[in-house]
Design a protein around this ligand. Structure first.
Ligand code: AP5
Ligand code: MG
Length: 218
């Protein structure tokens, strides 16, 4: 199973990828999470990426391409993966083609999460993330038992800096300008499957499990 999850910020890519990864026991590769780990560890890469992320802008392509290439080349990705948040530009999509070609692998499909724009703002502003394991909650749609503590690992929950108002708008603008063209790109490649992402979390999960059983391409 080799899938890309594509969609705007707040579309539910991370939520579904985490559930699918557990059900099918394949790695969930979140580019945003990998960058946040580098920021927390104060690596050179993390220091470079942080200013872009806090402003809600995309981090330069070459940084992401190197990061994902190393990850996909690791043995734990040999039986499959869910790529969440990469590629996000046409340059990244083309780099992914050449990375997979070198590894003699092929994508099964690209799942596009189609969600109304107003819903994205509600989802992002109410999201809370675990500092320890990175799992996402929502104060209304997926509330943790204790609003400050992760149900799974008891880590502290926090609001991402880029989930604050100014950064949300920038992220949505970046999506429109630089990521949305990938919908047409993957449709042309015959790899795109659109999922109605405005539904309940459990309904979308059921649909994804169906798709993974029998892939339907547009
Ligand atoms: P990243 O962490 O990837 O953020 P994003 O794409 O903006 O996506 P989000 O994580 O915000 O949304 P999601 O779709 O995962 O939604 P989630 O499941 O959490 O990237 C962060 C930054 O890193 C970027 O801005 C950029 O700077 C940099 N970056 C990362 N990748 C890059 C790349 N390839 N190139 C360049 N820069 C890169 O859900 C959101 C909320 O809604 C949660 O609270 C959840 O509980 C709730 N929710 C989920 N599904 C539903 C539902 N069906 N109904 C109701 N609520 C729901
Ligand atoms: Mg995410």
């Amino acid at each position: 199973m080799r899938y890309v999850f594509l969609g705007p910020p707040g579309a539910g890519k991370g939520t579904q990828a985490e559930m699918i990864s557990r059900k099918y026991d394949i790695p969930h590769i979140s580019s945003g999470e990998m960058l946040r780990e580098n920021v927390t560890a104060e690596t050179k890469l993390g220091k470079k990426a942080m200013s872009y992320m806090d402003r809600g802008e995309l981090v330069p392509d070459q940084i992401l391409i190197r990061l994902i290439k190393d990850k996909l080349s690791s043995p734990d990705c040999s039986k499959g993966f869910i790529l969440d948040g990469f590629p996000r530009t046409v340059v990244q999509a083309e780099a992914l083609v050449s990375i997979l070609h070198q590894l003699e692998l092929k994508l099964d499909a690209v799942i596009y999460f189609d969600v109304p724009f107003e819903e994205l703002i509600t989802r992002l502003s109410g999201r809370r993330t675990c500092r320890a394991c990175g799992i996402n909650y929502h104060i209304k749609f997926k509330p943790p038992k204790d609003k400050r503590v992760c149900d799974k690992c008891e880590g502290t929950l926090y609001q991402r800096d880029d989930d604050k108002e100014g950064a949300i708008q920038n992220r949505l603008n970046e999506y429109q300008r630089r990521t949305k063209p990938l919908i047409a790109y993957y449709r042309k490649e015959g790899l795109l499957i659109t999922v109605e992402g405005g539904k309940e979390i459990s309904k979308i999960f059921e649909e994804l499990c169906r798709i993974f059983g029998v892939a339907r391409y547009e």
